[in-house]
Write a protein that binds this ligand. Structure first.
Ligand code: ADP
Ligand code: MG
Length: 254
């Protein structure tokens, strides 16, 4: 057994000749909640996607507990991905599926429309999905198509989908990018509730999400340039001790 939930060792990512991640080493303990911040283009999304291998790292290793993800075959990877709930922009809700079907698709480990559509789910999964929808006040919408929902409701469904099956790790990339303040505070409250006892990594430049985390990792130009307890890193950012090349990137307002 290990108390480390995620370990990233000497990770590099090249997109063609472009060096997007430059030797990342990062260790995240079980139950720890971390924000990754930094200017646009600094590598936040790439780093988060390399953790679940939606983007393949060019070199380096990723461990989930004792399991090295970077050496798994696709079937092994699919199994391990079920331990990681995620909200990524390109993993949007499937418009033509119902709310219930969208939540259930979270059980399958990031699959597309047809796999979700053709799959028969056991009643126990349906019951769990229904309970989750109830917790986000959307049980009455279970049979509606996703394209009938408001923006805030969609976020709630995405959260329910990310936590169905009780994954111990949550990976959220810029999840509140486009919403009003009221919706955002509801989303933050829900994430707080659903992330209890889980390990969580969020990439964002929005200050409202800081209340969810205890640790801040600052990236710039493909490197981790600061990493520590929230208060210390915030203080250093405010005092200009951390040069991100973009001081407004994470100093208060979103
Ligand atoms: N698929 C890709 N092909 C080529 N370059 C990419 C690709 N994805 C990201 N990049 C580049 O890698 C850098 C880091 O991008 P990204 O991880 O999206 O940063 P962030 O999330 O911090 O804004 C940027 O310069 C971006 O243009
Ligand atoms: Mg990004």
């Amino acid at each position: 057994m290990t108390d480390t939930a995620i370990r990233i060792a000497s990770m590099n990512k090249f997109y063609g000749n472009f060096h997007a991640l430059k030797g990342i080493d990062l260790q995240i303990a079980k139950g720890e909640k971390v924000v990754i911040c930094g200017p646009s283009g600094s590598g936040k999304s790439t780093l988060i996607r390399c953790i679940n291998r939606l983007v393949e790292p060019t070199s380096g290793k990723v461990y989930l507990g004792n399991v090295e993800l970077t050496r798994l075959s696709s079937s092994g990877l699919r199994r391990e991905r079920r331990r990681m709930g995620m909200i990524f922009q390109e993993y949007a809700l499937v418009e033509r599926l119902t709310v219930m079907e969208n939540v259930l698709s979270g059980r399958l480990g990031y699959v597309g429309f047809w796999r979700s559509y053709l799959r028969k789910f056991p009643q126990s999964d349906v019951d769990e999905a229904f309970r989750l929808l109830d917790r986000v006040d959307l049980a009455h919408m279970a049979d509606k198509r996703a394209d009938e929902l408001s923006g805030g409701q969609r976020q709630s469904v995405a959260i329910a989908r990310a936590v169905v099956g009780d994954p111990q790790i949550l990976l959220f990339d810029e999840l509140t990018s486009a919403m009003d303040n009221q919706t955002e505070s509801t989303v933050v409250d829900r994430i707080r509730e659903f992330s209890k006892n889980k390990t969580m990594i969020i990439s964002t430049h929005r200050a409202s999400l800081l209340s969810l985390v205890d640790r801040i990792v600052v990236m710039d130009d493909g490197r981790v340039i600061a990493d520590g307890p929230k208060d210390k890193v915030l203080d250093a950012l405010k005092r200009g001790l951390i040069k991100t090349g973009s001081p407004e990137s994470f100093t208060g307002q979103s």
